[in-house]
Design a protein around this ligand. Structure first.
Ligand code: PA5
Length: 422
């Protein structure tokens, strides 16, 4: 089974004719994009799932993960943007609680760092710094704090055994530091950008440390890849999704909400927001990606989605099997008026809330995609990750922007570094 896109609720807003026109106009581009030619000199390393995580690399990831799960109480993941979002998305959705995972190097707040450092006392701590070029301030400076802490606490030799550095192994300063200090080095593939890196060592090591079955994640990604690359454009979910969202953008829609009814997917939604935001938001183009966790956000943004400016589209993640049950207790009296729900399940309530929300939003003028996901497992998570990476790449290509750069991110950095360096 695979995840499936249902776009029936975009039909009132986008006609078959409009979809066909785009497919015909971009026939050549789609042909090239659907058979991506990865040759190590471009940024398409993430489509080559086997090279991204070959057997030797997977073995070393699993060995390290086992060691850390056995000996560690806390695993500190240092990284920002694409360097931590993918791992965090999967871990928060599917990870177990055997080892506590803390995320740092993704902000500059002294309060946040104090809180994290206070948690480390008396615990067995391992650290993974992830930085493609090791030039980003947030992870770079936070790693300085963490490595000094480990060295003071454990001595240099043991500290080195507790640090994994994931970076470009092409002479980057992180590689140089790692070699000098004796850290375990993991490759950040040179032909993969941060937001497309989750299925490489960048994401897989932390994910394995959280107890998630990484072979299943990769199996899911490979299966959906096979489907995407073998389907003709008009029957291809990734193509149809990319085409319709581009048509809606051209019609004046400005925002896309990734909506879900499972709080465990909140960080997956953050990963999705980053993927689409950094990939498409350039040259004055792109849908603004944002997310909602329902039903909670139905009691805040739900009002705007239903009746505010008509510039939104929504993409719902529908977990067909919610994986858990929780029965509603029976009560003799019906003072709260909920006896009609006696003995039913929360999963049933959630499903009904989801169906009602889609109906209401479509009636309110919001085009809605649904991505049907059989269940929340590593296998289907792998499918979701690759599906959205691929659809995003495709959508940016149709939009006419470079999917793999992020020139705008440099603007604040230049000004900040100018201030800091006086
Ligand atoms: O997706 C991207 O390329 C970015 O979000 C980067 O991952 C982010 O800026 C962090 O970069 P680095 O790993 O070099 O610190």
């Amino acid at each position: 089974m695979t995840i499936k896109l249902d776009y029936v609720n975009t039909v009132p807003f986008v006609s078959d004719q409009e979809i066909n026109d785009v497919l015909i106009r971009h026939h050549e581009l789609l042909r090239t994009v659907l058979a991506p030619d990865h040759d190590n000199s471009n940024d398409l390393g993430w489509v080559d799932l086997t090279s991204l995580a070959n057997d030797r690399l997977l073995e070393s990831i699993e060995k390290k993960a086992r060691e850390i799960r056995e000996r560690g109480d806390i695993f500190v993941l240092i990284g920002v943007g694409g360097s931590n979002q993918g791992a965090r998305a999967v871990i928060k959705s599917l990870g177990d609680q055997q080892i506590e995972i803390l995320y740092v190097g993704n902000n500059l707040s002294p309060r946040y760092l104090q809180t994290i450092m206070a948690k480390l006392a008396g615990k067995s701590v391992y650290v993974n710094i992830i930085a493609k070029n090791f030039a980003t301030l947030e992870p770079g400076i936070t790693f300085r704090v963490l490595r000094q802490y480990l060295e003071e606490r454990y001595g240099r030799e043991e500290a080195a055994q507790r640090i994994i550095a994931t970076g470009s192994l092409n002479g980057s300063s992180l590689e140089e530091l790692g070699k000098k200090k004796g850290y375990t080095l993991m490759p950040f593939p040179l032909d993969v950008g941060g937001r497309y890196s989750v299925l490489s060592a960048v994401g897989l090591l932390p994910i394995a440390i959280a107890g998630v079955e990484i072979h299943e994640l990769l199996r899911g990604a490979k299966d959906i890849k096979q489907v995407i690359h073998s389907q003709s454009p008009e029957k291809n979910d990734a193509v149809i999704y990319a085409v319709i969202r581009n048509i809606l953008l051209a019609k004046g829609y400005r925002l896309e909400i990734l909506a879900h009814f499972e709080p465990a997917l909140a960080y997956f939604a953050k990963w999705w927001v980053q993927l689409f935001g950094e990939t498409e938001g350039k040259e004055g183009k792109g849908l603004y990606p944002t997310s909602c966790s329902f039903t909670e956000d139905l009691h805040s943004l739900g009002q705007y989605i239903q009746e505010g400016q008509r510039l939104l589209l929504e993409t719902f993640i529908n977990l067909e099997d919610q994986g858990e049950t929780f029965r509603i207790p029976v009560e003799d009296t019906d003072i709260d008026g909920f006896n009609y729900l006696n003995n039913l399940d929360f999963a049933y309530l959630n499903k009904n809330a989801y169906e009602a929300t889609v109906q209401a939003h479509v009636d309110g003028g919001v085009p809605c995609f649904i991505v049907n996901v059989p269940e929340l497992t590593p296998y289907y998570m792998g499918q979701l990750l690759y599906f959205f990476e691929y659809a995003c790449y495709l959508s940016a290509s149709l939009l006419g922007v470079n999917p793999f750069n992020q020139p705008g991110v440099e603007a604040y950095k230049e000004k900040m570094f100018a201030k800091l360096k006086g």
